[in-house]
Design a protein around this ligand. Structure first.
Ligand SMILES: NC(=O)C1=CN([C@@H]2O[C@H](COP(=O)(O)OP(=O)(O)OC[C@H]3O[C@@H](n4cnc5c(N)ncnc54)[C@H](OP(=O)(O)O)[C@@H]3O)[C@@H](O)[C@H]2O)C=CC1
Ligand SMILES: CC(=O)[C@@H](O)[C@H](O)COP(=O)(O)O
Ligand SMILES: [Mn+2]
Length: 390
């Protein structure tokens, strides 16, 4: 039996992971499930899969969680510390599917106890890639990509030497507004931005997809996962979301990964790795699909991609600033305080201000320095939004 923990079990990735585990209950033993506000789902899933412990991120919901688990014998706990403690419990495979930088501390704990970390939480890699990689190496642990594009690259690289890799191309659907003229984007609503043309995902990544911040994060994620130089990383707009990524080799070959837009493929690949096993994912009928389309991203339309390149050039803690500023700008957009296009303005301004402060983003990467920069960046983003209001 493999011992499994799912961080962010109540979300889109967490639920798909539970779906796969439920299909082969004899193979897996669930150690811990963590969630946020959705106590009903957390408790009911913990009961169904027989978890040892269920943890909510919110202290004020502990009594509700205890009540929902009454009589089950499943432990209940609450708070960020408790999530990290759950991640530190011995497990063979830990799904990192919390949304946002809150996924970093428990991800590190999972690696420190030697677990394989299946990483959907791209924000932690953007904010602290070298720290995660170095922690994995120190504890002889492994990080497997779950983000669809990075799983695709990982699969295309199987058996290949990195010396032969010339380019990595990640595809972008173009998001909710890909067919809208830019003039209309200033006034889009949160509801409009929260619908993805191809993928069913949590609200935050769906909006990031519409603004291309998701792809910007993924460029940095690719650099960290595969140790690439920024010039090797390309973005290609592909509205069908069927080709997830391509790897270009020195002999001119391009190896593409093609599959339906169903995250159970990438999750299942990480769950079964290094084997391939059957998954409940539809087979593609390419003859019926007929045509696949590709185009270059419009640089003027998507400032997020330019900002990602600037962040990669700066290195150090610039990724932590970028991610935190983006998270806070997104909070402000969702709360109706700024418009859709203002998100990239806020992120750019925060980057400009904090990167200008001598030594700030050049400090050594540790959990403390990343957490410090994360807080500074969020406060700076709040100030920038306030100034724009005046
Ligand atoms: N969805 C997808 O297809 C893909 C997602 N990803 C990445 O995977 C991660 C999860 O995405 P997704 O599943 O869509 O997101 P969801 O919003 O659907 O789920 C997020 C999960 O995190 C929990 N959570 C929210 N805030 C906190 C917090 N502060 N501390 C601890 N837990 C918290 C939520 O709890 P609750 O809901 O109970 O409040 C929920 O369990 C993200 O990093 C995303 O970028 C990557 C590729 C594809
Ligand atoms: C499923 C997945 O990996 C998402 O990150 C997806 O890539 C989002 O689609 P976009 O290409 O629109 O950002
Ligand atoms: Mn992706």
């Amino acid at each position: 039996m493999r011992r499994i923990t799912i961080l962010g079990a109540t979300g889109s990735i967490g639920q798909s992971t539970l779906d796969l585990i439920a299909r082969e209950p004899d193979l897996f033993e669930v150690v811990a499930l963590t969630g946020g506000r959705n106590i009903e789902r957390l408790a009911s899933d913990a009961r169904v899969c027989g978890a040892q412990i269920a943890v909510t991120a919110h202290d004020d919901l502990l009594d509700d969680l205890r009540a929902a688990l009454a009589g089950s014998g499943i432990e209940a706990a609450a708070g960020a510390e408790a999530i990290s403690e759950a991640a530190a419990r011995p497990a063979d495979w830990v799904m990192s599917a919390i949304v946002g930088a809150a996924g970093l501390p428990p991800g590190l704990k999972a690696l420190e106890q030697g677990a394989t970390l299946a990483l959907a939480n791209k924000e932690s890699l953007v904010a602290a890639g070298p720290l995660l990689m170095e922690t994995a190496a120190r504890h002889d642990a492994r990080i497997l990509p779950v983000d669809s594009e990075h799983s695709a690259v990982f699969q295309a690289l199987t058996g290949e030497s990195m010396d032969a890799v010339r380019r990595v191309i990640i595809t972008a659907s173009g998001g909710a507004f890909r067919d809208w003229p830019r003039e209309r984007l200033a006034n889009v609503t949160v509801e409009q931005a929260s619908t993805h043309p191809n993928w069913a995902m949590g609200q935050r990544i769906t909006i990031d997809s519409a603004s291309m911040f998701n792809k910007a994060l993924e460029m940095i994620e690719a650099r960290e996962f595969f140790d690439l130089v920024p010039e090797q990383i390309e973005v290609l707009v592909h509205p069908e979301s069927l080709v997830h990524a391509l790897v270009g080799f020195c002999d001119g070959a391009l190896m593409a990964h093609v599959g339906p837009p169903d995250m159970r493929h990438a999750i299942g690949y990480a769950l079964n790795w290094p084997e391939r096993r059957a998954l409940p994912v539809a087979a593609l009928d390419l003859a019926a699909i007929g045509t696949l389309s590709f185009s270059a991203p419009d640089a003027g339309r998507y400032p997020a991609l330019r900002l990602a390149r600037e962040v990669m050039a700066k290195r150090g803690l610039a990724g932590a600033v970028f991610n935190a500023a983006k998270e806070r700008a997104l909070d402000h957009f969702i709360a109706g305080r700024i418009g859709f296009l203002a998100m990239s303005d806020v992120v750019e301004e925060v980057l400009t201000r904090l990167c200008a402060e001598k030594g700030l983003v050049d400090a050594a990467i540790s959990l403390d320095s990343v957490t410090h920069l994360d807080h500074l960046s969020r406060r700076c983003a709040d100030r920038v939004v306030k100034e724009q209001d005046r």
